[in-house]
Design a protein around this ligand. Structure first.
Ligand code: PMP
Length: 404
């Protein structure tokens, strides 16, 4: 198992007089010192605006910013840095794709998403459907995972976009994106992937998946907040118009009209989140040092360890697939007779941080027929001792609320 806790000083604290056990990694992750140091160094030594300056600091900042783009390119195996757009995060990335879609969708065209999507992969599509008259269709589930026969029925020759999460932030299930992309392409549709919950936890290869667009956030993979990525195939990005306008993205500005600069800057209007991008680059370096296979392996061991222990707790329901090979370290659960908010509050008294609520997936929870769940989500710095503490704190919670 990995032993990286020393890299995360934030974890060495007590919460409510108990050692902190941080199990809210699907919401956001902690940042290693190596990443914080790089961000600090950038502001201490190199801070300047990118691309326009000819002075030394501006050149250094630009070189670091563009080096981060190359790190992202290699990380997801994009063909070119022209295909890597920096955004504020997955939400912005998916909004951009939906706006691109708005440039070509016509009334009666179809968009296929699934019931397990995060709101950021639902609401932008609802909005573009409303504007264009396109029809939004949902794929439903079978045994806690996507129902692939439903997916095959929902994707037709009228489908123009298919947009699916690589990993669900509630069920933890890993969706067969490669297979879905192949099916979408057979029908002439573009494949959009919400990679917010996969990229931090497993090796991602956008070419192998054959994703047309792939979105993810820095903060869920130990990077800073406010930085994310939209990958898009170069020919597609060339085809679509930018959705934000202003400085940095133009070639020439005339009184009557303007022309756009080349990829990837054509989409990046305004001063970008330079420190964020550099921090994301440092996160990728850190993840490479550990190795994504080791990350995945570590989390699988934790899931193997905790799942049977949770399953032994009477009255505890786990959502998502039972086959652990199909899931990551995101475990949503409920305890009969207890509101998940009470569970999360009681766990916090024991120093255990979990999330409770709808996890920005209200249609999914509605489909699962529960208004809310608790959710424990694991990452590389979690240990088997953290798992034991969670189980022990859950038992205490049940005793406290006198649930047998
Ligand atoms: N999709 C999924 C699957 C997520 O888990 C999240 C974050 N909870 C998002 C999208 C949105 O990411 P962000 O808030 O970083 O834009």
């Amino acid at each position: 198992m990995l032993d990286v806790r020393k890299d995360f000083p934030i974890l060495a604290q007590s919460v409510n007089d108990e050692p902190l056990v941080y199990l809210d990694n699907a919401a956001t992750t902690q940042k290693p010192t190596a990443v914080l140091d790089v961000i600090r160094r950038y502001y201490d030594q190199d801070n300047a605006n990118v691309h326009r300056g000819v002075h030394t600091l501006a050149e250094r900042a630009t070189a670091d910013y563009e080096a981060a783009r190359e790190k992202v390119r290699a990380f997801i195996n994009a063909k070119s840095t022209k295909e890597v757009l920096f955004t504020r995060g997955t939400t912005t990335s998916l909004n951009w794709v939906a706006q691109f879609a708005g440039q070509i969708l016509k009334a009666g065209d179809e968009i296929v998403i699934s019931i397990l999507e995060h709101h950021s992969n639902i609401v932008p599509w609802q909005e573009v459907a409303k504007r264009t008259g396109a029809i939004l269709k949902f794929v439903y589930l079978k045994d806690g995972e996507l129902d692939m026969s439903d997916l095959r029925n929902k994707i037709t020759d009228r489908t123009k976009f298919v947009s699916i999460a690589h990993v669900s932030n509630v069920l933890g299930v890993i969706n067969p994106i490669k297979e879905i992309a192949a099916y979408a392409h057979e029908h002439g549709a573009y494949m959009v992937v919400d990679g917010a919950q996969s990229t931090p936890h497993m090796a991602v290869d956008v070419q192998d998946l054959d994703a047309d667009f792939f979105a993810f956030s820095g903060h869920k993979m130990m990077g800073p907040t406010g930085i994310g990525v939209l990958y898009g195939k170069q020919d597609l990005l060339n085809q679509f118009e930018p959705v934000e306008f202003g400085g940095e993205m133009i070639d020439f500005v005339y009184e009557s009209h303007s022309t756009w600069t080349e990829l990837p800057w054509k989409f990046e209007a305004g001063t970008p989140n330079i420190a964020g991008a550099i921090g994301l680059g440092a996160t990728i370096d850190y993840l490479h040092e550990i190795g994504l296979d080791a990350v995945h392996q570590h989390e699988q061991e934790l899931v193997d360890y905790i799942l049977p222990k949770l399953q032994e707790i009477e009255g505890l329901t786990i959502y998502g697939p039972t086959d652990r090979a199909k899931r990551t370290g995101v475990i949503a659960f409920n305890i009969a007779g207890l509101h998940p908010h009470d569970v999360a509050t009681a766990l916090d008294m024991e120093g255990v941080a979990v999330r409770a609520g709808h996890h920005c997936a209200q249609p999914l929870l509605n489909y699962l027929d529960t208004p809310a769940t608790a959710r424990a989500s694991f990452y590389i710095y979690n240990t088997k001792a953290d798992c034991d503490k969670l189980v022990e704190a859950l038992q205490k919670t049940k005793e406290f609320f006198q649930i047998d």
